[in-house]
Structures are given as C-alpha cells and as structure tokens.
Design a protein around this ligand. Structure first.
Ligand SMILES: [Zn+2]
Length: 279
C-alpha cells in the first residue's frame, strides 16, 4: 500500500565493485548507485538535508510533500571516491555516519578489514555543500547490550572526536546495527544530539520519533523494483510504530548473550557483522 506520509530514508554502506565478502551483501556498485540516484530524482521526491528533516521532526518548519533522505553508515573510503561525486553531480544532500575508531590512522580497527576513510580524507570532504557528518559510535558496538558507562562513552566520545577533528557541531547519531532501547535513546538525547537514526527497514515520516528514525536498508540485491516501490511510499511500514514481539525478544536474547560473554570484542565469531538482524 502506498502512503502519502512516508519519508524514505535510504541507508547505504559501501559503494564499490569489489567489496570484501563480509560487507558485500550491503554494497552497491558505483554504476548501480548512480542509477539509484537517477531513480530518486525521477521519482519526483524532494531530496532534503538532515537539518530540514530535524526541524520538521521537532515540530518546526513543515517538510516538503514526498521528501526523501540519503544516508551512509560506517565511513568507507569508497564514499569519497564513488558516492559523494555522484551525489554532488546531482545536487543531492546526504548524511555520512562515521565510526570514529574505524578511520585511519587507527590503533585497533573495530570493523573487519575494508578500506576506510582517513581523517584527512574526511576533513577534505566535510565542507562539501549538502553533506552532513554524524556520529556512529567509536567501536561499532551494540549499544543496548553494553554496561551503561561504556555505552555513554561510545556516544559522547565519538561525537567529541568528530567535533574536534572537523571543528563543527555534530548533531546526529546513528546506532550501530540500528540497535537501541530507551536507555540508549536517553543517553543520545542527554549527550546533546538532536536526532538519531535506527534501521527498522521501514519508512520514516514527519511524525517519526527523532531518536529512532526509521531507515530502509539498501542491500546488494535491493534492485530497481523495490527501490521504486520505496520511492512511491510503498513496500514497507511507515513509522512511528511499536516494536513487535520478535524485535523485543531478539533484544533480550542479545543482552543475555552479552552478559554471559562479558562484552568481548563485538566482532568475534560474527559471520556477518553488519547484517545480524538489524532493527
Ligand atoms: Zn554501521
């Protein structure tokens, strides 16, 4: 069913032709990415930047009818090489959420091997018109399973690092894996962010919760048909909606597992670190 209020917030990860296997299911080739952007433009939706959406979510200025947002998570090097130039060419705003310890140089890369942006590279692109930079934690941990102090540190330290390196306020956060709960959302609000992105595989809307904005995860196999459906305001639920029982059950299971394991390296033994089951 098609919704008039749906705001698709697209979530991309890597944009390249030869990704490492672990990120391949969430990677789109540069040429296909260009075709996606052309479909966004052809859909008649109005691309808006995060500031505009933030204002609307907090009850300020109205949002254009049929808005759309484009976001990226993690901070892969291919963002600067393949994604950003194609966005700029089409005058499309976007937000990039960066896992701070993953950027080079780093002492302990928190993500499995992949070419990541460097801090110099991030500084070089940070002033691109239409580009917003947000925080995505320091080490990409499941925040809702961490001891409270560690959870707070992931949120505040990633923000401080970005603000120091880029010399600008950073006002939006994206939960690693999309995982969040009331305590995590409260910590993000308390840290001074104005919005936070979840995943949920759903459309956002003007009435969405600013602290768990729903996004649509673009996968390698998403394809034109599904993308067009999303752009038509169909193909997914429209937030806000309550968590279903499977999501709640999954959260409890992960918390129990984390407590048993004593919060080891979050990537240990994970076959598919980005996917898991993102909510
Ligand atoms: Zn991520």
């Amino acid at each position: 069913m098609r919704s008039e209020t749906a705001v698709p917030v697209l979530l991309y990860h890597s944009v390249r032709d030869d990704p490492p296997p672990w990120i391949a299911p969430f990677t789109v080739g540069p040429a296909e990415f260009g075709r996606h952007l052309d479909r966004v433009l052809a859909s008649g939706r109005v691309p808006v930047d995060l500031d505009r959406f933030t204002e609307a979510l907090h009850g300020g200025r109205d949002l254009p009818r049929h808005s759309v947002l484009i976001t990226f998570d993690d901070g892969y090097a291919d963002f600067a090489r393949y994604a950003l130039p194609q966005l700029v060419e089409r005058d499309l705003p976007a937000t990039l959420y960066v896992t701070t310890d993953a950027l080079w140089p780093t002492r302990r890369p928190p993500l499995p091997p992949a070419a990541m942006l460097t801090w110099d590279g991030l500084r070089r692109i940070a002033d691109t018109p239409g580009l917003t930079i947000g925080a995505h934690g320091c080490t990409h941990r499941e925040l809702d399973t961490l001891p409270i102090e560690l959870m707070h540190r992931e949120i505040t330290d990633s923000r401080e690092r970005l603000e120091t390196e880029l010399e600008r306020p950073v006002t939006s956060f994206a939960y690693p894996f999309g995982y969040n709960n009331a305590a995590v959302r409260e910590a993000v609000r308390h840290a001074g962010f104005r919005t936070a992105m979840a995943v949920r595989d759903a459309h956002s809307s003007r009435e969405d919760d600013p602290w768990r904005i729903s996004r649509l995860l673009v996968r390698a196999d998403t394809g034109a048909t599904r993308l067009d459906a999303w752009l038509a305001g169909a193909g997914a639920r429209v937030a806000p909606f309550r968590d279903g029982l499977p999501t709640l059950g999954w959260r409890i299971w992960r918390r129990t597992r984390a407590r048993r394991r004593g919060h080891p390296d979050p990537w240990a033994g994970r076959r598919d670190p980005v996917a898991g089951r993102i909510r």
